[in-house]
Design a protein around this ligand. Structure first.
Ligand SMILES: [Zn+2]
Length: 62
């Protein structure tokens, strides 16, 4: 191994996130089985006052 940042070609090999069923973003973590954007299997939407989110990219969520 050389010094510095190496093997950058592999860093996109595994997709950790897939498309979320609820928000439509590619934020659903495969192994954690939770969406980083909306917190998907959680019935409550993951939302905070300090971030403005548009949840209605594909589907209508209130
Ligand atoms: Zn989601």
């Amino acid at each position: 191994m050389t010094k510095g940042t190496a093997a950058r070609g592999k860093h996109t090999a595994k997709r950790t996130h897939m498309q979320c069923r609820r928000c439509g973003n590619r934020s659903y973590h495969k192994r954690k089985r939770q969406c980083a954007y909306c917190g998907y299997p959680n019935p409550k939407l993951r939302r905070y006052s300090w971030v403005r989110k548009n949840f209605n990219k594909r589907r209508r969520i209130d």
